[in-house]
Design a binder for this molecule. Structure first.
Ligand SMILES: Cc1cc2nc3c(=O)[nH]c(=O)nc-3n(C[C@H](O)[C@H](O)[C@H](O)COP(=O)(O)O)c2cc1C
Length: 216
């Protein structure tokens, strides 16, 4: 059994924060999925609201001020990341972007990243794909195919579909867990036949769905 590091970057500002809640749900599912693969996961959560003043001072001074350098070091040491932001004016929050503006680009290369966001409205769910995904692609991270967006209604059993949100969380978490597992496989960690069968099934599902789309 090997141990890996998951870092959660939460840019939610409220207390309690729905973005933090989403990030915690994702992290819990990743921990469970990675345990199923026979690995341990050490989870560190960075609430960027606690670093707000240090982030601004780091941006103007050009070096990591206060707790920011520790936070950046945690990001660099991570085997995988969950990054979560509220939607502000149709994009990620300024504080979220300011934190990742401090990251050295080369040190994000190849890291598996699960993107997540919350918003008041479901209408801004594509923010994951027009804002977050390009940002982390630019940083040369490996962005998971499934991003998770939760609108206010998704948390409410009466108006939203909480089961669908749970399904999206589970799918995204299993993708990140598989990425963490494949890093382990490349470095010699053994994986169970069960987890291999799961990958094969996921891959063949994807291929048959794509074939259906093409009409074959
Ligand atoms: C300044 C500001 C701008 C916002 N802009 C949007 C928006 O464009 N689209 C949207 O769906 N929600 C918008 N919201 C709502 C937040 O995204 C939503 O309440 C979010 O879940 C809050 O996250 P938190 O609970 O983690 O702080 C905005 C909220 C604030 C404060």
């Amino acid at each position: 059994m090997s141990s890996r590091r998951l870092v959660v970057v939460n840019a939610g500002l409220s207390n309690p924060s729905s973005t933090r809640l989403l990030a915690d749900r994702l992290a819990a599912d990743v921990v469970e999925a990675v345990a199923g693969q026979g690995d341990l996961l050490e989870v560190t959560v960075l609430d960027v609201r606690d670093l707000a003043a240090d982030i601004a001072n780091s941006a103007t001074s050009g070096f990591g001020v206060g707790q920011v350098q520790d936070a950046l070091d945690a990001v660099y040491r991570a085997d995988a990341l969950i990054v979560a932001t509220p939607v502000f004016n149709a994009s990620y929050s300024g504080l979220f972007k300011s934190f990742f503006d401090l990251v050295e680009v080369d040190r994000m290369a190849g890291k598996p990243v699960l993107i997540a966001a919350t918003g008041g409205s479901a209408r801004h769910s594509l923010m994951l794909d027009y804002a977050m995904r390009p940002l982390f692609s630019y940083l040369r991270a490996v962005v998971m195919p499934t991003g998770v967006y939760a609108a206010s209604a998704d948390w409410s059993g009466s108006t939203g579909d909480t089961a669908m949100l749970s399904d999206r969380i589970r799918r995204a978490a299993s993708e990140l867990a598989l990425s963490i597992g494949s890093v382990g496989a490349a470095s010699g960690t053994k994986h169970s036949a069960a987890s291999r069968i799961h990958v094969d099934a996921a891959e063949s599902d994807g291929i048959s769905n794509f074939a259906k789309l093409l009409g074959s």
